[in-house]
Design a protein around this ligand. Structure first.
Ligand code: MRU
Length: 324
């Protein structure tokens, strides 16, 4: 499964807001189309939105549109994932020749594919035989340019005969776990069990989880982790019950300029995402809603980071360099 298809004069995005009921492709012909696809969650996951934004800029460069305006529209579409702004900057730096920008966008995609493979392999050493792994949101092929991050570790564990069960949290309110992770794993014949977010702590307490593996949208120099809302709750429960808690990421998700997680911009989304689902309203329309898309898990709750340059144990602060 791939979230994106580049066709030279347009980018096709597999509409993840409609999966798994419908496999529909949404066409982007400009940076503004790409920004809308990102904001509306047709494409999501930190590396995948970075790649989408990169091609959005290429489309605007081809059409001779204002690249500064395109870049700021793309970066504003979702502010938390550092991959988005970094990808936009990288493709801008390759410009203004549209062909050079396209080569850069394709290189970025290919590098992410290789990073995913490396993350899967690196994580295997932390997976015990018969492992029951709990994961959150969707960190798979749909979220990246390759096999995924935390989901690449699960895939690699399955290939190596070490996976007992992948537990997927539902991931309210967008249901990335229920709709996307369970679907991806099912297509690949990987054993999976779905649970509501609030069932994770009791499963850990009962001794049913050997490790938790999640992705990241931005990791600061000191190892604080912005990831899908609910990640902090899982980290706290894992800490309370002595379950190892791993964060898988390509080094492109590191933001070495930020020291504390308090400085990470956290995207706030609309109330109807919580009051309703696909037009079916279950909360009163005037109920005020708190709907942050991400939370920040402090570094001390992370057992180790699984990166494309190997496993990084604490204390956090010095990181492998890219390409190492
Ligand atoms: O809101 P989403 O679905 O874009 O959130 C995605 C996540 O939180 C992922 O864990 C993260 O982007 C890493 S995906 C490889």
């Amino acid at each position: 499964v791939t979230p994106l298809r580049w066709e030279g004069d347009r980018l096709q995005v597999l509409d993840q807001a409609r999966l798994p009921q419908e496999e529909a492709w949404r066409e982007c012909r400009s940076g503004a189309d790409a920004a809308a696809a990102i904001a509306e969650m047709a494409v999501r996951g930190a590396p995948a939105i970075g790649i989408t934004a990169a091609f959005g800029l290429v489309l605007d460069a081809r059409a001779g549109r204002d690249l500064a305006a395109a870049a700021s529209g793309l970066c504003a579409a979702r502010p938390t994932a550092v991959n988005l702004a970094a990808a936009v900057q990288r493709v801008l730096d390759a410009g203004p020749d549209p062909a050079a920008m396209e080569r850069e966008a394709l290189a970025l995609w290919e590098e992410d594919r290789r990073s995913c493979t490396a993350i899967g392999r690196a994580g295997l050493e932390r997976v015990p035989k018969g492992a029951r792994i709990l994961t959150h949101c969707n960190t798979g092929a749909l979220a990246t340019g390759g096999d995924g991050t935390a989901l690449a570790v699960i895939r690699e564990a399955h290939r190596a005969g070490k996976l007992g069960m992948a537990y997927c949290t539902e991931t309210r309110p967008w249901l990335q776990g229920a709709r996307l992770t369970a679907w991806e794993l099912g297509r690949d014949g990987i054993p999976r069990t779905l649970l509501v977010d609030s069932a994770a702590a009791s499963l850990m307490k009962a001794g049913g989880i050997d490790l938790v593996g999640v992705g990241a949208d931005r990791v600061t120099r000191c190892g604080d982790v912005a990831n899908k809302i609910g990640t902090l709750t899982l980290a706290l429960a894992a800490h309370a019950y002595g379950v190892p808690f791993y964060v898988a990421l390509p080094l492109t998700t590191l933001d070495l300029e930020l020291h504390s997680g308090d400085a990470i911009p956290i995207e706030q989304r609309g109330g109807d995402e919580v009051r309703a689902w696909r037009g079916v309203r279950f909360g009163e329309p005037d109920t005020p809603v708190y709907n942050p898309a991400f939370d920040v898990t402090p570094a001390h709750l992370v057992t180790a980071f699984i990166t494309d340059a190997g496993v990084v144990p604490p204390p956090y602060g010095s990181w492998p360099s890219r390409g190492a």
